[in-house]
Design a protein around this ligand. Structure first.
Ligand code: FEO
Ligand code: CA
Ligand code: CA
Length: 666
C-alpha cells in the first residue's frame, strides 16, 4: 500500500499544542515526576505509588490508613479496582464489562465481516468506525433497555490499523521509534470512512446488551457524509469553496471528540483537532492566515490533501473554515442531513452537554481543548418544548454564545461573544456575527476571557445544580501565568472546577466558581493534589478528560494520559464525590488496557448500565516494561479485545452491568 516516493513520517497528531506553545524545553514538574515514575516502573514492574521516595505530604501520610474508615461517607459503594498496567481491562468486583461494539463490527444486516487484511472504504463505511470517543444514548419509548447508541469516531491510528506500513527507526537517543509510510488513495479513503460517528439500535435481553443489526435508524456518518452549514455563518463568503458556491453544503465531520444528546433527542458532536487534516500553503496574502494560525492549521498529520483537493489549503483556502463546529444529527431519520450549528462557535470543540434552564431556554457547555483556551456556554434564544419535538429542531441556530472569565474573587462572568458588543467591532476586523463566529478564539482573546488548562468535557449536574469543568493539563503554563482558577504552573495533571450559576439559573450571566479537585499523586507534596484523605493509592488520577453525571447527580470522570511514565497507572473511570463529607474522594471503577485512553463515559437513565469507550488500545508500549518497545500492527503491546493472532487491537465500547442486575455503584 506504500507510495515509497514520499518520506515516512511520525504517526501522531501533535495534540492541543497551539497558541500556548512554549518553544523552550525546560523540564517541567510533571516531566520530573514522570521520569521518577518511569524509573520506578522499570525497577519494580508493578507499582505501589504511595511508597514513592519523594517529598511526602502530611496529608499523604494520613491517607492510606484512613482510607478504609472513610469509605462509608462516599456516595459510591463499589469495591475499588487496583491500579496497574496490563493487556486487558479491569472493572470493579461484582460487575461485568462486556464488549458491545468493536472497530470493524457490522452495524447493518448487510455489513461485510471485518477482514483487517482486506479492508476497503466501502466495507469500513458499513462497519463501526475507529477510536470511539463520545458515547450517548437516546431511549426508544423511554426505555433504559432499548435505544439508540450514538458514538463519535474521533480519529485513526494508521500504525495500529494497517499492515505493512510501519518502519522502526532509531531516534536521536538511539531508542526505537516508528514511522509510517505515506498513504495511498485507498488507505486515505478507509481512514475517512473510519472517522465520523455511528448511530445504532441496541437492546438488552436477559441482562445482556446486543446490537440490533437491522435497526431501521442505524447509520454511519463519515468524513464524506453530506452536511449543511446552518446559522449565522451559512452562506458567508468565507465558507464558499471550489465545490460549493453556496457556502452551505459541506462533506463530513472530522475529529469528533466529545458531544451530547439534546433534550429533544438529537445527537450533537464536537469537531476538535481539525488542524491535522489540512496540508498545503494558503495563497500569498490570504486573509485567513491569522485565523488559521490561531487554530494551528495546517498540521498535516494525515495525507488526505494529496488525494482530496479540499484538504489542501493551496487549492481550497476556505475549506478549513467549514470544520471546527458542533454538528447536530437528527437520529430519527437516517437520511437527515446533519447540520453544523455555527451559532455555537468555531474552535476545537470538546463536548456539548446541555441542560434546560429554569425559564425553558437550553444551555450547552462547551470546552475548547487547547492549552490556554477557553470555556464557553451557548444559551438558546427559544425555549425547549417538551411536547413538540419538531419545534426544537432549529433551536441551535439562534442563541447567545458566551465565553468565561473567572475572577480571583470566585466570580465567573459569562461574556457575550456578539458582534458589535465590546471589542467585537469593525475596528477589530469583524464585519458581522459570522466573522465573530468563524474566529471565535480571537473574539475570546479580545474579550479578555480566562486562559484555561485545556478545557475538556463540561458536565452540568441537574441534581445539585452545579457544573463540572474538566481541565486536562497544561505543562506550558509558567509561574507568572498562574491565576486563581489555574493555580499550578506546569500543570501536568489537570484539575476540575465547579461552577454554581447565579440563583441556580444555568442561563445566568454570572455565577461562582471553586476548584473541586487538583489532580495528581497526593503523596508527592510538590504536585499539590487535593484529593480527600479518604482517597486511596488507587483512587487518585491525573488528566481528567470526559465526565458523566448520573441520575442521582454523582460524578464519574474518565482520563486521558495516565501511563506507566506519567502516573504509574493506566487511564480509567474514577468515581468522584462532589457533595457531603466525602467531597473530593475518588475511587477507581474501571481501567483500560495498555496504551488506551478512556472515553465515553455514559450512565444510562436507570443506572443499571454504564457504557465506556476504550480508545486507541495498544497505542504505545515503550514505557511498559513487559513490552518495552513501540507498538504497531505487526508487533502489538496488546491484542485486546479479541486476543487472536490474526486480529489487530480494536477500539471498543463496553457495557458494564452489575452481576445479577441493579444500580451501579450503589
Ligand atoms: Fe479529543 Fe479533548 O480530547
Ligand atoms: Ca476529550
Ligand atoms: Ca479524550
Amino acid at each position: 500500500m506504500n507510495d515509497q516516493s514520499q518520506p515516512f513520517r511520525t504517526s501522531q497528531l501533535e495534540e492541543n499544542d497551539g497558541p500556548g506553545h512554549n518553544p523552550t524545553d525546560n523540564a517541567t514538574m510533571g516531566e520530573l515526576i514522570a521520569a521518577r515514575f518511569s524509573r520506578r516502573g522499570f525497577l519494580k514492574g508493578s507499582l505501589a505509588v504511595s511508597a514513592i521516595a519523594a517529598t511526602v505530604s502530611p496529608m499523604a501520610l494520613m491517607m492510606a490508613d484512613d482510607a478504609r474508615a472513610g469509605e462509608s461517607k462516599s456516595a459510591f459503594t463499589f469495591e475499588e479496582v487496583e491500579v496497574g498496567i496490563d493487556e486487558t481491562h479491569h472493572v470493579a468486583a461484582g460487575y461485568d464489562a462486556d464488549v458491545l461494539l468493536r472497530w470493524g463490527d457490522g452495524i447493518f444486516a448487510d455489513s461485510p465481516e471485518f477482514d483487517p487484511l482486506n479492508q476497503t472504504p466501502e466495507s469500513q463505511a458499513k462497519q463501526f468506525g475507529y477510536n470511539n470517543d463520545y458515547v450517548g444514548y437516546i431511549p426508544i419509548d423511554g426505555s433504559s433497555e432499548h435505544g439508540l447508541l450514538v458514538v463519535n469516531h474521533e480519529y485513526t491510528n494508521e500504525h495500529l490499523m494497517f499492515p505493512g506500513i510501519v518502519k522502526v527507526v532509531k531516534d536521536d537517543k538511539g531508542d526505537a521509534k516508528i514511522e509510517i509510510a505515506p498513504a495511498d488513495q485507498k488507505r486515505v479513503d478507509i481512514e475517512m470512512a473510519a472517522h465520523g460517528g455511528t448511530i445504532v439500535e441496541i437492546k438488552k435481553t436477559d441482562g445482556k446488551w446486543q446490537v440490533v443489526k437491522d435497526g431501521k435508524l442505524n447509520r454511519r456518518i463519515t468524513a464524506n457524509t453530506e452536511m449543511q452549514l446552518s446559522g449565522p455563518v451559512a452562506g458567508h463568503d468565507r465558507v464558499k469553496t471550489n465545490a460549493d458556491s453556496s457556502g452551505k453544503k459541506v462533506f463530513g465531520m472530522i475529529n469528533n471528540c466529545s458531544g451530547g444528546v439534546t433534550p429533544w433527542g438529537t445527537y450533537v458532536s464536537g469537531e476538535e483537532n481539525i488542524h491535522g487534516y489540512f496540508t498545503g500553503k494558503l495563497p500569498e496574502g490570504s486573509k485567513e492566515a491569522a485565523n488559521y494560525k490561531r487554530m494551528g492549521i495546517p498540521e498535516g498529520v494525515y495525507d488526505w490533501g494529496n488525494f482530496h483537493d479540499r484538504f489542501d489549503l493551496s487549492k481550497d483556502p476556505n475549506e478549513a473554515n467549514r470544520f471546527g463546529w458542533v454538528v447536530e444529527i437528527d437520529v430519527n431519520d437516517p437520511n437527515s442531513i446533519p447540520k453544523k450549528r455555527t451559532a455555537m462557535g468555531r474552535f476545537k470543540h470538546e463536548g456539548a452537554d446541555s441542560i434546560v434552564a429554569k425559564d425553558g431556554r437550553v444551555v450547552f457547555y462547551l470546552g475548547d481543548d487547547e492549552r490556554f483556551d477557553y470555556v464557553y456556554k451557548f444559551v438558546t434564544t427559544g425555549k425547549f418544548n417538551p411536547d413538540d419535538r419538531a419545534a426544537n429542531m432549529d433551536l441551535l441556530d439562534d442563541g447567545t454564545l458566551y465565553v468565561a472569565k473567572f475572577d480571583v474573587d470566585g466570580t465567573i462572568n459569562w461574556l457575550p461573544v456578539v458582534f458589535g458588543q465590546g471589542p467585537l467591532t469593525e475596528a477589530n476586523g469583524f464585519a458581522s456575527q459570522a466573522d465573530v463566529l468563524i474566529e471565535t478564539r480571537r473574539a475570546g482573546d479580545l474579550l479578555g476571557a480566562t486562559k484555561m488548562d485545556r478545557p475538556e468535557d463540561i458536565g452540568p449536574n441537574g441534581v445539585n445544580g452545579k457544573v463540572y469543568v474538566m481541565l486536562t493539563n497544561n505543562t506550558k503554563r509558567k509561574d507568572d501565568q498562574v491565576d486563581a482558577v489555574n493555580p499550578r504552573a506546569k500543570n501536568a495533571f489537570g484539575h476540575i472546577v465547579e461552577i454554581a450559576e447565579e440563583d441556580g439559573n444555568f442561563a445566568a450571566a454570572k455565577g461562582k466558581w471553586e476548584i473541586l479537585l487538583k489532580c495528581g499523586d497526593p503523596s508527592v507534596a510538590d504536585v499539590g493534589a487535593s484529593f480527600s484523605t479518604d482517597t486511596t493509592k488507587n483512587g487518585w488520577f491525573g488528566m481528567p478528560d470526559n465526565c458523566a453525571v448520573d441520575a442521582e447527580g454523582r460524578l464519574w470522570v474518565s482520563t486521558d494520559g495516565n501511563s506507566p511514565k506519567e502516573t504509574g497507572r493506566t487511564d480509567g473511570i474514577w468515581a468522584v464525590d462532589t457533595d457531603g463529607p466525602a467531597r473530593g474522594t475518588s475511587k477507581l471503577f474501571f481501567r483500560v488496557p495498555v496504551g488506551a485512553e478512556m472515553c465515553g463515559p455514559l450512565m444510562l437513565p436507570d443506572m443499571a448500565t454504564f457504557m465506556v469507550a476504550v480508545q486507541h488500545p495498544g497505542d504505545g508500549g515503550e514505557d511498559w516494561k513487559p513490552f518495552g518497545r513501540p507498538s504497531y500492527y505487526e508487533d502489538l503491546s496488546t491484542r485486546w479485545p479479541d486476543f487472536k493472532d490474526n486480529m489487530p487491537v480494536r477500539p471498543s465500547v463496553l457495557a458494564i452491568t452489575k452481576k445479577g442486575g441493579g444500580k451501579i455503584g450503589v
